[in-house]
Write a protein that binds this ligand. Structure first.
Ligand SMILES: *Cc1c(COP(=O)(O)O)cnc(C)c1O
Length: 366
């Protein structure tokens, strides 16, 4: 059993809080997908899936087929949208009752062929259209051909038409985002003409939900907000931090002036110092660029800089002047501000800090 002192705590009450916050921000009729790709943004795929099933949300979304298979193996029965499936996975998708996003004629043709050969009727699929992100999705000039394809297609049932915002968090891109909404409406209207039923429509991610409530349509896809990060400080302040990364001091070293710490002797002791050795390294997801005084951790609410080079499994911190002992708890992050600070210092975003926590780190659900 893994009982390493380095843990990623997942706070169930924060999850429930964030879920309620977003439910209060979406219209009554609007359904909710919670996006739990990449191990539920680095937390715990199965634990989060189970909580969401209990909370009776409408849909789960994952990026890859295997993530959906893991959820099914854990007996999670909610509908699961696979955002980025590959043709190689289509048999597995069907076997596990997962719902693929079909994003171009290659995937649509391939999936239809398999569905027909299995004599499936109304197999649930989702169709993605590109409205300006220029990533996945049918292009506007393919819509007429798509419309024809969908007519009288009985093996598949289109559960939803969806698209993705390119810059819903960026107030400077309001015009572009509004244009995406217009184009999405137009595309859905033409596609609906080919069907005798009306698929759901969705385009909004977290910042779309907040900044463009008029584009919540039939369903929204909540990701980062669920884990505690809004598109700005005001929203983030209303959310609770879900993931707390903690460890404990393995050893304390007392060093004198002139000694050095770690690989390549990168930290030079300037005055009598107290150094803490932590059982966490870059292989656990602590970015190596946080070494050499760039990043800090917290002990008893005091900031302790990371010194020297972060190793694969070990990090050294300067705890001079902090009243602490071997075995004491060290916080890598336990609030959104800590995560945002780590993101800023490594020129990335909260998403990457969270999803970088490696699978080696023990998850604890509290
Ligand atoms: C990841 C993802 C989301 C969630 O986005 P957030 O910004 O985390 O809310 C929604 N839709 C798609 C297609 C995604 O890939």
């Amino acid at each position: 059993m893994n009982n390493s002192p380095t843990v990623l705590e997942i706070d169930t009450s924060a999850i429930i809080h964030n879920l309620h916050f977003f439910k209060s921000r979406i219209q009554e009729k609007t359904k909710l997908i919670v996006v739990i790709k990449a191990f539920a943004y680095g937390s715990d795929l199965i634990a989060i899936g189970q909580i969401l099933e209990q909370q009776k949300i409408d849909y789960l979304a994952v990026a890859y087929t295997e993530e959906g298979v893991s959820l099914r193996k854990a007996n999670i029965n909610l509908p699961i949208l696979v955002l980025h499936p590959q043709v190689e996975n289509f048999e597995t998708i069907i076997k596990n009752n997962l719902e693929p996003n079909l994003y171009n004629f290659r995937t649509l043709n391939h999936f239809t062929r398999i569905a027909n050969s299995k004599k499936l009727k109304n197999y649930p699929v989702h169709i993605k259209v590109d409205t300006g992100m220029n990533r996945l999705g049918f292009k506007e000039n393919e819509i007429i051909q798509l419309q024809k394809f969908l007519q009288n297609l009985t093996s598949l049932k289109v559960i939803s038409f969806y698209s993705h915002f390119a810059a819903s968090e960026d107030k400077n891109e309001k015009e572009f985002t509004k244009q995406q909404i217009i184009s999405f409406n137009k595309i859905c209207n033409s596609l609906n003409k080919s069907l005798d039923y009306k698929p759901l429509k969705h385009i909004a991610n977290t910042s779309g939900i907040i900044n463009y409530p008029e584009a919540q349509f039939d369903m929204v896809r909540l990701g980062i907000g669920f884990y505690g990060f809004g598109n700005d400080k005001t929203i983030t302040a209303k959310l609770k931090n879900v993931c707390n990364l903690k460890t404990k001091i393995s050893q304390i070293q007392f060093l004198k002036k002139g000694e050095t710490v770690g690989y390549n002797r990168k930290f030079k002791v300037e005055k009598k110092s107290k150094i803490g050795i932590l059982p966490i390294g870059y292989a656990d997801g602590l970015n190596r660029n946080l070494g050499n005084n760039v990043g800090s951790v917290y002990i008893k609410n005091q900031k302790a800089p990371i010194i020297g080079i972060i190793c694969m499994d070990i990090t050294m911190i300067d705890i001079t002047g902090i009243d602490c002992e071997e075995g004491d708890e060290v916080i890598i992050f336990n609030c959104q501000n800590h995560v945002l600070e780590l993101a800023k210092k490594t020129t990335t975003i909260s998403y990457e800090i969270l999803t970088s926590i490696s699978q080696r780190v023990r998850r604890v659900i509290i």
